[in-house]
Ligand binder design. Structure first.
Ligand SMILES: *Cc1c(COP(=O)(O)O)cnc(C)c1O
Length: 377
């Protein structure tokens, strides 16, 4: 339509605050160009201060690495079964397979799009009846919306199964005033390029006890025993965060609240401009739930309308994307059991993620909304 190609609008792009380069420069100036140093320590402290007391943070190379170590700390090993939210990014489930354990997928609930407490309890009872108690539960706060914390953790503690809280998309979200990342026996964060704050790539493990954090760092640094030479009694990983990357993280922590506000403003803009259409629905926050609105997602009335919107946006150089394809429908997990109620399948067919970066301009938002309105009309 436009003779000149209009500016590309991304789904969620990195957004620097301004101080990142000075932390990175400090690392160069002091020659801390290594997977340890003052920025790593400082970034961990920044996150601990943000999350509050009794959270012990290990900065790692990715959220996936944090999930892998988290499962190890919870004792998951070969032959175990791990219950995992089906509607999520594959990174939530892949580390189960790294350990030779088996993912069992649990469908979503309509209220939050996250792990359905009813299906979860059904699955636990059924696995126990079949002779194997699940070793852990992976629950995800998808798109920034907290999962049903009270119901999920009540079931987990009733059956004494630990929860690995995948908070990769929900730093800055909270549930009844308590911050996401503080609920699990272990929790993880991601600082990938598309997340609410980014270090280009990176992640963190959040432990409840200092010993767990120590153990995570031990495993992340090749499991070196205490000896003058290199001595190993366990298999380790090279998963620690670089001091350069952590410098970016320190700068980003300074603008976390601003990013959350911007993303929530995006959501409100879309909602105010589109909600008079009966063909589009927004995921509302239940009472006490506070979402960082990492991505604004809409539910359309049909697969055809969703595709119509997606293609019209692409035509105008605007990136959008269907919701996460549930893991129980991924070819790679075809042989895994799943406890289903149809909700994640339906969301995958009709849902669309809209551009949601904290660096979107008002004119970008107007452009996106006008493309959508044209299709709805
Ligand atoms: C991004 C993401 C991860 C993985 O984090 P990386 O840092 O990219 O390894 C895990 N789970 C969810 C839900 C994510 O969105």
């Amino acid at each position: 339509m436009n003779a000149v190609e209009s500016k590309k609008i991304w789904l969620s792009s990195p957004h620097m605050g301004g101080m990142e380069q000075s932390y990175v420069k400090q690392a160069f100036d002091t020659n801390w160009v290594a997977p340890l140093g003052p920025n790593v320590d400082g970034f961990e402290k920044d996150i601990e201060n943000y999350l509050g007391d009794n959270n012990f943070v290990a900065a790692l190379s990715s959220g996936t690495a944090a999930l892998h170590l988290g499962l190890k700390l919870l004792g998951v090993s070969r032959g175990d079964e791990v219950l995992c939210q089906s509607m999520t990014f594959a990174a939530s489930a892949n580390p189960i397979v790294y350990l030779g354990a088996k993912p069992i997928f649990i469908d979503s609930e309509a209220q939050t799009w996250n792990i359905c407490p009813e299906q979860l309890e059904l699955a636990i009872k059924d696995r126990i009846a079949k002779g194997k108690k699940p070793k852990a539960i992976i629950a995800v706060h998808l798109y920034g919306m907290p999962y049903n914390v009270e119901a999920v953790h009540k079931i987990a503690s009733e059956y004494k199964i630990p929860v690995l809280e995948d908070s990769a998309e929900s730093l800055g979200s909270s549930y009844h005033g308590m911050k996401c990342g503080t609920f699990g026996d272990i929790a993880i964060l991601s600082f990938n390029g598309n997340k609410i704050i980014t270090t280009s790539g990176g992640g963190a493990l959040i432990a409840k006890k200092p010993e767990q954090r120590e153990k995570a760092i031990f495993l992340a640094t090749q499991a070196r025993d205490n000896a003058p030479h290199y001595e190993h009694t366990e298999i380790g990983h090279n998963y620690r965060m670089s001091n350069i990357i952590a410098g970016i993280g320190r700068g980003q922590m300074e603008v976390l609240e601003k990013h959350v506000n911007n993303r929530r403003n995006n959501f409100n803009f879309y909602k105010n401009n589109l909600s008079d259409s009966a063909e589009i629905k927004f995921l509302e926050e239940p009472t006490g739930f506070h979402s960082n609105r990492w991505l604004t997602c809409i539910e359309t009335t049909s697969y055809e309308l969703r595709e119509g919107l997606r293609l019209a946006l692409a035509e105008e150089n605007i990136e959008s994307r269907p919701l996460w394809k549930p893991m129980h429908r991924q070819p790679v997990f075809a042989d895994c059991d799943a406890y289903l109620n149809g909700i994640s399948d339906d969301l995958f067919d009709r849902g669309l993620c809209l551009p949601s970066g904290s660096n979107l301009e008002k004119e970008d938002l107007f452009r996106i909304v006008s493309v959508i309105k044209n299709i709805l009309r």
